[in-house]
Design a protein around this ligand. Structure first.
Ligand SMILES: *Cc1c(COP(=O)(O)O)cnc(C)c1O
Length: 225
């Protein structure tokens, strides 16, 4: 039994989100039954951050679920999710981007990805620094990768209470999005996603131009690790 009203939580979050902001329901560390409850309430987009947990769920859950890999993805795990993953939200190296391209090609797929930015002050967060991202794009090798589609940028704000700092980080990401869009993707309609905002900060994220929020706790309750 699930002792949390997943449908009601989804409804109240949905009511506060603009219609054009995509909601990724983050189901990591919650059993498949939680995903089923959200699915029954109409949710189709889910995020997971561990390959084995995701693969186990994807096997038993409905096939029209759009799975997002939102965590740090090791290159040796890409092959397991390449057949079905809808989006890899947190590409943090050229090496990973190339491996996704290679595995996607084996299945004759084009996999959507977001580039993860490291803007937060925490040393533990993954992602490209703004300069590393600039360098990677300027080098141009990504242009030859026919089996990945770069759809935008993703980031996590610092885990702090200071709302000002969180907004500064979101605004930095939004300004960087504009820079990259202008310099590399001006004619590319696929490059349009700005994925920031989690349970604690998604309202601020949307005010700072997020197009895709990733929400776990506020839907499914606290995770049991
Ligand atoms: C776990 C996770 C989330 C969801 O966090 P909540 O605070 O539970 O909403 C969002 N994004 C990423 C990358 C995560 O790892």
């Amino acid at each position: 039994m699930i002792d949390i009203d997943v449908a009601a939580n989804l409804r109240s979050i949905r009511e506060t989100l603009p219609n054009d902001v995509k909601l990724v329901a983050v189901s990591k560390f919650h059993p498949a039954e939680y995903v089923e409850a959200a699915y029954a309430a109409g949710q189709r987009v889910f995020g997971e951050s561990h390959e084995q947990e995701l693969s186990r769920k994807a096997e038993v859950l409905p096939k029209d679920i759009e799975w997002h890999f939102i965590g740090h993805l090791q290159t040796n795990k890409v092959k397991y999710i390449a057949p079905y993953i809808a989006m890899v939200d947190a590409v943090d190296s050229m090496k990973l981007l190339k491996e996704i391209n290679k595995q996607a090609a084996k299945y004759d797929r084009v996999i959507d990805v977001l580039l993860e930015l490291h803007i937060a002050e925490e040393a533990t967060k993954y992602g490209f620094t703004l300069d590393a991202c600039r360098e990677m794009l300027a080098a141009g090798e990504w242009r030859g990768l026919a089996n990945v589609r770069i759809c935008g940028l993703m980031m996590m704000a610092s885990n702090v209470d200071d709302e000002e700092q969180i907004r500064d980080e979101f605004n930095t990401a939004a300004a960087f999005f504009d820079e990259v869009k202008t310099n590399y993707f001006a004619d590319n309609d696929s490059f349009r996603e700005r994925s920031w905002g989690m349970s604690g900060d998604y309202m601020e994220a949307v005010e700072c131009r997020s197009t895709m929020v990733r929400i776990g706790t506020a839907i499914f309750g606290p995770r049991v690790y």
